[in-house]
Design a binder for this molecule. Sequence first.
Ligand SMILES: Nc1ncnc2c1ncn2[C@@H]1O[C@H](COP(=O)(O)OP(=O)(O)OP(=O)(O)O)[C@@H](O)[C@H]1O
Length: 228
Amino acid sequence: MSVITTENLTKVYNPDKVPVHALNGVDLTIEKGEFTAIVGPSGSGKTTLLNIIGGLDEPTEGKTFIKDTDLTTLSDSELIKFRLNHIGFVFQAYNLIPVLTAIENVSFVMQMQGRPSAECREKSLALLKEVGLEDKIHKRPSELSGGQQQRVAVARALASKPDFVLADEPTANLDSVSTAELLDMMLDLNKREDMTFVFSTHDQRVIDRARRVVTLVDGKIDSDEKRG
Ligand SMILES: Nc1ncnc2c1ncn2[C@@H]1O[C@H](COP(=O)(O)OP(=O)(O)OP(=O)(O)O)[C@@H](O)[C@H]1O
């Protein structure tokens, strides 16, 4: 089943001043369980594409479907609710809430979804165990390494039971050991839980381990390589 489908995605920034054509007709289908890297030179449109797929930005033309839902038909409030319930986000700067502990950061998303607090706590604990942080659940972000913070961010992304996890350069601020550990963990979640991951990266070590590599050049798909 397709989790993400884009049709003729086009994005023009500053259309009335000096237009920047960031995406030029991107047709992309991502199936459930794929582990896809979006790569390409700086300025090729990777972040723009991820932002549109994640419902954080709107295309100038074209459509984005998450399963059967056309994001372009949702109102702002519907989109906020849709993102909360269907998409897990991981950002390069981790974006954890500094005053909350690891377990509170993960629980927060589920509390926003209105799930009972006992369930939030139990599920957060299970997720932090899955990402190898059961001994750090009461630590705040400032007490954790970058790699550990990014693991909390992945646990948080999974907390809402999303249809897929979207990650914009998730390893950009990590050293090579933490990068390898984060990838091992994401690949493990991908295999065991069939979780769909879509991430942008510049890092060749990350690209080497992706199971599908979509290359953007000048806002268009230049190549799309699926690996066994
Ligand atoms: N808010 C914006 N306003 C105007 N132009 C923008 C905006 N955001 C991005 N752009 C331009 O759109 C193009 C695509 O940018 P985008 O950030 O999507 O590329 P990228 O592949 O993610 O780049 P990088 O690898 O450097 O992060 C670039 O020319 C960029 O300068």
